[in-house]
Design a protein around this ligand. Structure first.
Ligand SMILES: Cc1ncc(COP(=O)(O)O)c(C=O)c1O
Length: 389
């Protein structure tokens, strides 16, 4: 009955975990949810009212597939002002979240069995989206400096990959950020390989320490496809994201978008554009940075206090995740089973690898828990880890 394409794609393990983590008795470090107390509710309500007051029936009408032009202009302006990136609003396609951007990219680029390069560990949602098109994954490890350049070079030589997918800022799941040197060196290799690089950047604006890093677009603009979203800076429920792509790629993405859903929710686009006309996103993002910086510091402090010293972990300068590594031989899935019994959840590392299981790595989210829950949850996790040593 079902296509080979869908039979080969596993259910998202995280979505399954989130069902458990939704239980109010559980302290959950599992999801990748932004902190709901920071949603700009009042300003969004006011923007919605203004959109209605304008009174055009057009706000309820079908619209074009590219997206609402004033919103695309605002996105281009933000790239120019915050990152020195010059993208033409005409080649920005508004999508139903950046997750749809991944699906459309898969549809446009991947034939069954095509090689693509992904990070290890990497974003599960991208792995799932590309798996639907039966891609062959070539995983290149990431470390505290960025992508493993030697392994990248080997992989580029050994495959004819068309596409490499990276999350260079506060990566999901590891929280690491590529250094500028690492980006420059990786960009040189990719330039030579003549392939496209997809830079997915949902967390880049959420920097609470350290210095801004360059986009791959600044090194290889004609080969870089930018994915963006308002999910982590405004709110995910609008399902608003975008792809900024070179002209010829844009044309193909547009066809795929038309076939998928005609266009992204036009009413959402109008509200968000109105919201951005009246409210400083910079100021709003500043508030998020401060709160996430404090939540991260609380989690690191609790880890230092309660985890045995054999456990290593990343200390991100932004974003929403810390990546932990248990001593060799211990299984993070076993830790998950023990922790859930004590009402604490997180995501074991296995979900973020294309072909490895029973790993000793795990992801902790700090953006969606208050400081008391962070302290208590990490204390319980520490006890569970000690019980496994
Ligand atoms: C790296 C990465 N890309 C894309 C997404 C999907 O985001 P959106 O809400 O824009 O679809 C996420 C969500 O957590 C993510 O972490």
């Amino acid at each position: 009955m079902f296509s080979n394409r869908i039979m080969g794609v596993p259910k998202s393990f995280i979505r399954e975990i989130l069902k458990i983590a939704g239980d109010p008795h559980i302290i959950s470090f599992a999801g990748g949810l932004p902190n709901g107390s920071l949603f700009p509710m009042e300003h969004l309500r006011a923007a919605t009212e203004r959109v209605f007051e304008k009174g055009e029936p057009g706000i309820m009408q079908y619209s074009n597939s590219e997206g609402y032009y004033p919103l695309r202009e605002k996105i281009a302006e933000r790239y120019r002002n915050s990152s020195n990136i010059n993208v033409n609003p005409d080649t920005i396609l508004i999508t139903n979240g950046s997750q749809q951007g991944l699906d459309i990219l898969g549809k446009v680029f991947i034939n069954e069995g095509d090689d693509i390069i992904v990070e290890e560990p990497g974003y599960l949602g991208a792995i799932q989206a590309f798996a639907t098109y039966s891609a062959r994954f070539n995983a290149v490890p990431v470390n505290e400096e960025g992508i493993d350049l030697e392994k990248l070079e080997q992989t580029l030589k050994g495959t004819s990959s068309k596409l490499i997918y990276v999350v260079p800022n506060f990566q999901n799941p590891s929280g690491i950020t590529y250094s500028n040197e690492n980006r420059a060196a990786a960009a040189a290799l990719i330039k030579e390989a003549g392939m496209y690089l997809v830079e997915d950047n949902p967390y880049g604006e959420l920097r609470f320490a350290g210095t801004h890093k360059k986009s791959f677009f600044e090194f290889i603009p004609e080969q870089t496809i930018l994915l963006g979203t308002i999910s982590k800076t405004i709110a995910p429920s609008f399902r608003l994201g975008w792809i900024a792509a070179p002209d010829d790629v844009f044309e193909k993405l547009l066809v795929a978008k038309q076939a998928a859903d005609l266009h992204t929710n036009y009413f959402s686009q109008r509200i968000v554009e109105e919201f951005l006309s009246d409210y400083s996103l910079d100021k709003h993002v500043e508030k998020i940075r401060i709160v996430y910086g404090e939540q991260k510091a609380a989690m690191i402090k609790a880890i230092e206090k309660y985890f045995p010293p054999e456990v290593t972990y990343t200390n991100p300068e932004g974003g929403m995740f810390i990546w932990g590594t248990l001593p060799k031989g211990l299984s993070a899935t076993e830790l998950f089973n023990r922790a859930v019994k004590k009402n604490v959840a997180f995501v074991p590392g296995d979900a973020f690898y294309v072909n490895k299981t029973d790993l000793n790595t795990f992801r902790l989210n700090y953006s969606n828990s208050d400081k008391e829950s962070i302290e208590k949850g990490i204390e319980i996790l520490g006890q569970c880890i000690r019980g496994m040593l």
